[in-house]
Design a protein around this ligand. Sequence first.
Ligand code: PLP
Length: 344
Amino acid sequence: MSGARLRVDLARVLANIDAVRELIAPAEYMQVVKNDAYAHGVERIVAAAAAHGVRWFGAFDVPTGVRTRRAAGENARVFSWVTVGPEEISRAIDAGIELGVGDADYLERVAAVSAGRGIPVHLKIDTGLHRNGIRPESWAGFVERAARLQRDGDIRVVGVWSHIAETSDEADDRARAEFLDAVAIARAAGLTPEVLHLAASAAGYARPEFRFDLVRFGAFGYGIRSTDGAELPGVVAAAALIAPVTAVGSDTVTVGVGALDGLPSVLGGRASVGTPAGARALRTVGDTELTVAGWPGAAVGDKVVVFGPGSYGESTATTLAEAIGTVGEEILVRVSPLLPREYV
Ligand SMILES: *Cc1c(COP(=O)(O)O)cnc(C)c1O
């Protein structure tokens, strides 16, 4: 291959998963695969992780859930939490997907489509993010209704969950207290959720009391660290954006990145890339080309690592994100689906 591509090191993803799984045991590990597995590719990531013993996958939307089911096989548990209409509920049921339910009308819709099939659901309490989830003041009525629908055989409440900001320990602690209250109220209503889950990568990694039965890891599985700068032992970037030198000028080389669609132009002047001669300044970011400070002997066809694990002096995707004040996965999820993926 000679053109630009995103190279994904599957063994590195599995090593990241191992490092995190060991840390959080006996809590279970869920690999979140939204945004095409943070641009790493749903099918390859899911197949590799499932073969490596990962039992839980988080898919956000139903189409991704269906792709995940196909790649993971029958024994995996696939969780999808976006609120959808009857047709997609039906597709989710057929694919054995467990649904996150954080809306009273949605609960009714799922029960109606289920019509006695005992669909596994995870009820979501809103612990402060206000994105989706039942507000604490409505929770008691909601779980009463869920218990009724469970007795009727339409749903099976297998989980209670929430999502937290992971930007301040104090806010997360308050969210955790609200979560525990919600679980107690659900149990008092006669529900027996077997899987409690609250945390994503940052809190799940750093704070044992946030792990409960299951932690939903997106970023850390791919080696995207959180934006607080902390290095995580055993967690290393798994994707590298590699592109060829297409022209050599007197002190600048041009790098062809093809349909990159999304590397922000403001990165020009703020980051370094990896070259055969080590780190070099990234000067400008255009739609299909970058310019980079030259090096002695630079030649057309030389490989430049725009971001990656750092082995050639390049920035990681997380460092690039930080350079422009955004979160770790932002650079990766903007990589165009048209850019070829290469798996090693
Ligand atoms: C994206 C997402 C995650 C994973 O978050 P990371 O910070 O990438 O680990 C977990 N849970 C939900 C509900 C999400 O939307």
